[in-house]
Write a protein that binds this ligand. Structure first.
Ligand SMILES: *Cc1c(COP(=O)(O)O)cnc(C)c1O
Length: 408
């Protein structure tokens, strides 16, 4: 928490109550990709507010919810018949994906991964890898959750080239031997891991797990809550290796800052739960749905996926040059407008350097650039600029980051 109380924000600047202006490389944690006051979001949500704020979709449905479900069916990977259910938060979407997978498979076990993050409710705490601060003192946790290795190229003992297939073999072996594939309801994975350190599973890992899931009747769930909605330069990160998940969870970037989340997936899986088994008072609130339609309209009109790819080109060039100069940058990674640097004490030992990440973040904040840290070891500096950020702000932000290295 910064000592900055926001007064207004758009697609690149957060202005505080004292008139200070911060360049935004955080987007409210990957939420306001279209900006924090995008015209289409404000217009549509305002119009909806004037019409009605709420009826409860389970009681009297409304068109906005259906329109969001139709957009999700169109935009998510795969051309099979799809259905969606809408919720309020990412954690709630993940919980419901697990409920749906269990109802469909009549199995209980859920497989998740090292460094994975899926939320802060009881079930999603259990799915989340990192103890501090997410789980510490908050147990007991839900049973039947099994954690297996992820293909973390930078830290894989035999090197990034071998990582994808080797990690997949290890994960599949652990699932088969320790859990039994026939007991597994769902495999839940972030196609580009967020809180765990912006880890891109090494090539081949996701396809191998998705194939293993298909062969064993396991529901493959892509948690795209952070990586979705143009963030990685495509509508969804799993498109990069042609993965078609059975279920996909979305939230964060979906509605331009309004609270909305979704589970979208194969119609026959989505229909597995009994009538009334899924729901919630506010899920798919009409104002949030209007915001989502405005956000999606903006992403299409401005082609924000292409814009995210452009941000990657600009930022990776600058970050790469910084890596040449500053040896504490062990790794530069990520895709689109979801990029990070991993900081180490010494590139040969790769010992994590959380102190440098904290000092850099602080130095950036002091000079007017908002950046976030993440990672299991707290040693990753992540960059999530709004996709609509202007060229000059982007480059000014990178200048501030570079100066921060000199200062620390
Ligand atoms: C943020 C996040 C969640 C949880 O979303 P909330 O809206 O905070 O509940 C789940 N999964 C991933 C990958 C996330 O980044």
């Amino acid at each position: 928490m910064l000592p900055v109380f926001a007064a207004r924000a758009d697609g690149g600047i957060i202005e505080d109550v004292d008139g200070n202006r911060l360049i935004d490389f955080g987007s409210g944690i990957a939420v306001t990709g279209v900006g924090a006051s995008a015209e289409a979001v404000v217009r549509r949500a305002s119009a909806q507010l004037a019409d009605f704020t709420h009826t409860c979709f389970m009681v009297t449905p409304y068109e906005g919810y259906v329109a969001v479900a139709e957009a999700l069916a169109e935009l998510t990977p795969g051309d099979h018949a799809k259905k969606s259910a809408l919720f309020n938060s990412g954690a709630e979407a993940v919980e419901n994906a697990v409920k749906i997978a269990r109802a469909h498979t009549k199995r209980q076990a859920v497989v998740v991964f090292d460094h994975g993050y899926h939320g802060r409710t009881n079930l999603t705490m259990a799915l989340t890898s990192k103890n501090m601060p997410y789980k510490h003192g908050f147990g007991p946790f839900a049973p039947e959750i099994y954690r297996v290795p992820v293909a973390y190229g930078y830290r894989w003992p035999t090197g990034p080239e071998n990582c994808g297939p080797e990690a997949a073999a290890q994960a599949i072996d652990q699932i088969s031997k320790q859990v039994g594939a026939q007991n597994v309801a769902a495999i839940v994975i972030e196609p580009l891991l967020g809180e765990g350190g912006f880890i891109e599973p090494a090539k081949g890992f996701l396809p191998a797990l998705s194939e293993f899931a298909r062969d064993n009747g396991i529901v493959f769930v892509a948690d795209e809550i952070q990586s979705g909605f143009c963030r990685t330069g495509q509508w969804f990160a799993c498109e990069d290796e042609g993965i078609v998940p059975d279920l996909i969870t979305t939230a964060k970037g979906i509605a331009g800052g309004l609270p909305l989340a979704a589970v979208t997936g194969r119609a026959e899986i989505m229909d597995a739960a009994h009538a009334g088994g899924l729901g919630g008072t506010y899920g798919g609130n009409p104002v949030a749905c209007a915001g989502a339609l405005g956000s999606i309209e903006t992403m299409k009109e401005l082609d924000l996926a292409a814009r995210a790819r452009h941000i990657e080109t600009v930022m990776k060039a600058r970050l790469g040059a910084m890596q040449e100069k500053y040896e504490i940058i062990g790794d530069v990674r990520g895709r689109g407008a979801m990029l990070a640097i991993e900081l180490v004490k010494d590139p040969s030992t790769k010992e994590p350097n959380p102190e440098a990440a904290a000092a850099l973040a602080k130095a950036c904040h002091q000079e007017g650039l908002l950046v976030l840290t993440c990672g299991t070891y707290g040693n990753v500096l992540r960059f999530l600029p709004p996709m609509v950020i202007g060229e000059e702000l982007l480059s000014e932000g990178l200048d501030i980051l570079e100066q921060a290295f000199t200062r620390i």
